[in-house]
Design a protein around this ligand. Structure first.
Ligand SMILES: N[C@@H](CCC(=O)N[C@@H](CS)C(=O)NCC(=O)O)C(=O)O
Length: 253
């Protein structure tokens, strides 16, 4: 019998799970066929989990606490070796690491420009002041300025991600014949876009959009279930946040 896994993650005011880093872990758990309990934590309460990074996703399984979506994928592969691999052999792991860095440094910063103003509107009012402050620091401009230029931003973005399109013209998944963690990393970024805004990031006939739709259908349509079955507000509303609780090494999202 497997121990219960708790996933701590961000959620919008209507409880939609929208965070791209958390979706990496959601997809990882679904890939492994592991049930989990989702606990919604507010941005400003993440420090209370006690992790060194003060970021989510984080999982708890018995006495084990793991932060960082990559470390969680490694942990899941190590602890559930009889289930489908996420990273596979050392070579596969190395290539997935490249996909992670490309996503963190090319895809996320652009999607942030496209969605941040809409995320702000969908967010719990409790989290809004922190979100505006921290995301405007990341963007180097106001949320409104980022939104004002998104037609140009999205045109440049669709060109910049052409290598993904070329890869998908040659193989069904970024990981090859079947999906793996590299697919989930990129899918999670588009899931963020799908859930955070009505603005069109990809054209419907784009092979990347078609791959993403196939990805949402995986594991009995797991990617289409964006509200948790259980969990609900975790630490939101405790009001204990202090500036000293700013995250260590948080990604752009
Ligand atoms: N490398 C980490 C990055 C995690 C991360 O940055 N998560 C964001 C949520 S999407 C976070 O916790 N941010 C905290 C904050 O902005 O205060 C991972 O892959 O898990």
């Amino acid at each position: 019998m497997t121990q219960e896994i708790i996933l701590y993650e961000l959620a919008a005011a209507d409880d939609t799970r929208f965070s791209p880093f958390c979706w990496r872990t959601r997809f990882s758990l679904a890939h492994k066929g592991l049930p989990f309990k989702s606990v919604h934590i507010g941005f400003t309460d993440i420090g209370e989990l006690g992790g060194a990074n003060r970021t989510v996703p984080a999982i708890r399984s018995g006495d084990t606490f793991v932060e960082d979506s990559w470390d969680i994928a490694v942990y899941l592969d190590q602890h559930y070796p009889d289930r489908p691999p996420l990273l596979g052999c050392e070579l596969g792991k190395g290539v997935a690491r490249f996909v992670e860095c490309f996503t963190d440094k090319v895809i996320h910063p652009t999607i942030l420009r496209l969605v941040s103003r809409d995320v702000f509107d969908r967010m719990d009012p409790y989290d809004r002041p922190y979100f505006r402050l921290s995301r405007e620091e990341m963007l180097g401009c106001s949320l409104e300025e980022a939104q004002a230029t998104r037609d140009q931003t999205v045109r440049a973005f669709r060109k910049a991600i052409h290598p993904i399109r070329l890869t998908l013209n040659k193989q069904p998944w970024l990981s090859g014949a079947s999906p793996g963690h590299a697919d989930y990393i990129v899918m999670a970024a588009f899931q963020w876009g799908r859930l955070a805004t009505d603005f069109k990031i990809l054209e419907d006939d784009d092979p990347i959009a078609q791959w993403f739709e196939r990805g949402l259908d995986l594991h009995h349509g797991f990617g289409r279930k964006v509200h948790p079955d259980d969990g609900g507000p975790g630490f939101a509303g405790t009001g204990l946040w202090k500036a000293s609780m700013r995250p260590v090494g948080a990604g752009i999202c």
